[in-house]
Design a protein around this ligand. Structure first.
Ligand SMILES: NC(=O)C1=CN([C@@H]2O[C@H](COP(=O)(O)OP(=O)(O)OC[C@H]3O[C@@H](n4cnc5c(N)ncnc54)[C@H](O)[C@@H]3O)[C@@H](O)[C@H]2O)C=CC1
Ligand SMILES: O=C(O)C(=O)[C@H](O)COP(=O)(O)O
Length: 374
């Protein structure tokens, strides 16, 4: 079997070398002729799997993306050509939820917020939205979910219309990029909706850049609108609107899902799916592949408030301000955007850290966020 994998599919050789001839390619370099004689193709979101790319793929039977989002893949074309398609649904939900928690802790620190006074609107209650809602439950922070497709499918949770989400203090976006149909998400946050946000609200986009109209957002900022916006994802990546940088509160390079665990989990999910597809036994698991974390033992014993406990626990593991600083320092254009993403430092999930709580009244909340006992 011949398999091609995008170099950024972390640990691909570890998982796939035993299954056949396994060759890497660099993002942005794959050409149609490279797919001749190839049986399986593994990508991340940086390779668009289009009919043109696959025009010379004479043997392709399996395409996998080690990501949650699938908008870079022409799924209809794959189905029509009897090519099995697998994504890594949920592989990085924990990572994105942790990104949002880090943002909330930073905003609380900056603005003197008490998080339990805030209400969070979660748009999209799939893997990420659910992981985030569990963390908010852990902290006693109220939230509203909006997910019309799930609501219509009979999901038993309580859902709210998008207009009700607009009343929340924080609105966090976790929908796929859907181009058309009743639940289209492209430019869901356009000029009108954005202008309705007041200066005390916070909008976080860590799903797909195109869900927020970036040009409309820039126009509003230029006209003096001073809403709080945090962007991890951008319209037209990697050629993003740099003019937004002075205005947004935190800016990162589409790295919300980039924990080591999230990436390797994504690769492992494709490995399981390919083994099943080929009818071969799985011989590798995720545990044993992840290195020991290099994190200090965290200590929340001195914390007098929930916010202090969160600062002591969350920020040493993941502080989105560090990614924001690096991004602002380095992003000069598309190449720099890609470079920052390719060279992103190893980030671990909360579960990799050990926490010392003593008799802290916040210990249950912090453990429920995903931390482990020292
Ligand atoms: N910034 C990053 O690094 C990452 C970004 N993502 C993005 O976040 C998206 C969500 O990820 P998951 O939760 O894992 O996906 P998911 O597929 O589990 O959940 C998405 C949810 O959005 C809902 N939805 C679809 N259209 C909607 C609409 N118009 N209004 C409200 N809800 C709607 C769906 O019903 C579904 O429940 C991914 O599609 C991907 O684009 C995901 C992981 C990492
Ligand atoms: O899983 C998704 O969806 C994402 O957005 C990924 O975190 C994106 O990672 P790359 O594939 O662009 O490295």
């Amino acid at each position: 079997m011949k398999l091609l994998y995008e170099q950024s599919v972390l640990e691909a050789p570890t998982f796939f070398a035993q299954l056949g001839d396994c060759q890497p390619f660099k993002s942005g370099t794959l050409q149609p002729h490279h797919l001749k004689d190839v049986d399986a193709l593994l990508v991340r979101s940086t390779t668009a799997v289009t009919p043109e790319l696959l025009s010379q793929a004479d043997k392709l039977q399996f395409v996998g993306t080690a990501t949650a989002g699938t908008n870079h893949v022409d799924k209809t074309y794959l189905a029509e050509n009897d090519i099995r398609f697998v994504s890594a649904a949920g592989c990085n939900a924990e990572a994105v939820a942790e990104y949002v928690i880090s943002v909330l802790v930073i905003m609380a620190l900056k603005n003197g917020w008490q998080l339990t006074d805030k209400k969070v609107g979660v748009l999209g209650a799939g893997h990420v939205g659910t992981a985030l809602s569990r963390k908010l439950d852990a902290l006693g922070v109220a939230y509203r979910l909006c997910d019309p497709p799930l609501e219509q499918a009979g999901d038993a949770r309580v859902f709210h219309p998008l207009d009700a989400l607009m009343e929340c203090d924080v609105i966090s976006l976790h929908v796929p990029l859907v181009e058309e149909g009743p639940y289209s998400t492209r430019n869901l946050f356009g000029a009108e909706r954005l202008a309705n946000l007041n200066r005390s609200q916070l909008l976080i986009n860590a799903c797909r850049g195109e869900v927020v109209d970036n040009q409309a957002l820039l126009e509003l900022f230029k006209q003096g609108w001073d809403g709080n916006v945090v962007l991890d994802v951008w319209d037209k990546e990697p050629d993003i609107e740099l003019g937004l940088l002075p205005y947004v509160k935190l800016a990162t390079a589409h790295i919300a899902g980039h924990t080591l665990e999230g990436k390797v989990r994504g690769t492992a999910m494709l490995y399981q799916a390919l083994c099943q597809h080929l009818g071969v036994e799985e011989t590798l698991t995720l545990s044993g592949i992840l290195p020991e974390p290099d994190l200090p033992t965290l200590d929340i014993r001195q914390a007098k408030t929930l916010e202090q406990a969160l600062q002591a626990a969350v920020l040493p593991v993941y502080d989105a301000r560090a990614d924001d600083r690096q991004f602002r320092d380095r992003v000069t254009g598309p190449e720099a955007f890609n470079y920052i993403r390719r060279h992103y430092a190893i980030r671990r999930e909360f579960a990799a850290a050990q926490l010392c709580t003593g008799n802290s009244p916040f210990s249950e909340a912090i453990y429920r966020l995903g931390f482990n006992q020292a």
